[in-house]
Design a protein around this ligand. Structure first.
Ligand code: ARG
Length: 406
């Protein structure tokens, strides 16, 4: 009998998928529940979720704690790249999928499975990430997507779960589709499907304003990696969780955007990611202080491409790996501290930065008596720098050289 390893979340779709694959495809199903930090605010324990997988008919449900892996490998790379897809989205879901894929493939090997499966529908990016990621790590494994084949509505799925005694949590129509991990929360559906409608507060957790007191804190980086919060060293997963709470309490970290999915659909997305946005902003600010100009500018371009690749499911790909090598080289001197100030509702300013590796040189920058810059050197420099334009002006001239006459 064919054996399938399913990426299991505990939700209705993946629970129904267990039983449906057993019935329709006559396979054995092993579930893998990967903890990427989604436990932050779910009311259920991983034991409860595991029990549901077994009730649905799974041979086994393996629970993997991948929070440190997610933080230290995936979030660290995203911070180094200052990765914001379309300039705004810190890749919350996109970052967790390759973590999950790696464990799916690992368990598929341990259980001698011939296929892996996921619960994504045909409309999103996550199916792309699961499938392209799996093919990159295990070209021999088949990837199954039952939710793309079964043609059930949500009501049908609820009925199916009841028929098979699968203990699902809420039977009433679920309003929102929420995906969450250490790096933040992605909230879709409901009233938000109208891009003009103000997002409801109801599904928000991390960015509800809980304090009118400003929050000021210091983040410390070592070679591009966040290592301490207010001078206290801690594992990155802990730092992210703590920062989500502190920065989020002032309402900081909410993103409301219309985004281009890989599959050609524009969708309205609302995200809550206080720690991700704060860490990227602080890291980018520290780079302003320590990176040489050409390197800095080139790195910004590379970061845009890196974010697109990761969004598009290309975490495990040759171009992404090569860009990682470039980015890693740029991070050697990105060490120092950044001070951030958060003010309700949702404002953040960086109010200071320092680094032993700073290229900022007071003697060059100052307008005071300490000024060490050779002003006279600029004369020749500017002349030669502008020579091409001067020649062009003399021979060919600028268009619209005269201001509009009133
Ligand atoms: N639009 C985001 C992305 O593609 C979020 C996806 C959220 N996934 C979900 N299954 N609700 O990365």
């Amino acid at each position: 009998m064919k054996r399938v390893v399913l990426a299991y979340s505990g939700g209705l779709d993946t629970s129904v998928a267990v039983r449906w694959m057993i019935q329709e495809w006559e396979v054995e199903v092993v579930c893998v529940l990967v903890n990427v930090g989604q436990d932050a605010d779910t009311s259920e324990s991983f034991d409860d979720i595991r029990a549901r997988a077994l009730a649905a008919g799974a041979l086994e449900c393996v629970v993997v704690d991948a929070r440190d892996e997610m933080a230290e490998e995936f979030c660290v790379s995203a911070i180094a790249a200052n990765a914001l897809y379309e300039g705004k989205y810190p890749l919350v879901s996109a970052l967790s999928r390759p973590v999950i894929v790696r464990h799916l493939v690992d368990q598929a090997r341990k259980f001698n499975a011939q296929a892996v499966a996921h619960g994504c529908t045909g409309k999103g990016n996550d199916q792309v990430r699961f499938e392209v990621g799996t093919h990159a790590l295990a070209p021999d494994l088949e990837v199954l997507a039952p939710a793309r084949n079964w043609g059930m509505t949500r009501a049908d799925s609820v009925e199916y779960a009841m028929r098979w005694d699968i203990p699902i949590k809420a039977t009433k129509e679920k309003i929102y589709s929420i995906d969450e991990n250490l790096w933040g929360r992605a909230i879709e559906c409901g009233a938000m499907e109208d891009p003009w409608a103000t997002p409801p507060e109801e599904p928000m957790t991390l960015t509800r304003v809980r304090s009118s007191e400003p929050v000021e804190l210091t983040l410390s980086f070592l070679a591009g990696v966040p290592v301490a919060l207010d001078g206290v060293e801690m594992p990155l997963a802990t730092l992210i969780t703590s920062l989500n709470l502190r920065a989020g309490s002032t309402g900081y970290g909410r993103i409301d955007m219309v985004e281009n999915r890989r599959v050609g659909i524009k969708s309205r997305e609302v995200y809550e990611c206080p720690a991700a946005l704060a860490l990227i902003a602080a890291h980018a600010d520290l780079e302003d202080l320590v990176l040489e100009r050409d390197l800095h500018h080139e790195k910004a371009r590379v970061g845009i491409r890196w974010a697109e690749l990761v969004y598009d499911g290309m975490w495990f790909s040759p171009l992404k790996e090569a860009l990682d090598a470039f980015i890693a080289e740029t991070q050697r001197h990105v060490s120092g501290d950044v001070r951030l100030r958060f003010e309700a509702p949702g404002l953040m300013r960086i109010v200071g930065r320092r680094s032993p590796m700073a290229l900022y040189d007071y003697a060059l920058a100052t307008y005071d008596a300490d000024d060490a810059f050779e002003h006279a050197d600029s004369e020749g420099f500017v002349k030669i720098y502008g020579l091409g334009v001067k020649t062009w002006a003399a021979r060919q001239g600028a268009k619209n050289a005269t201001p509009p006459q009133s």
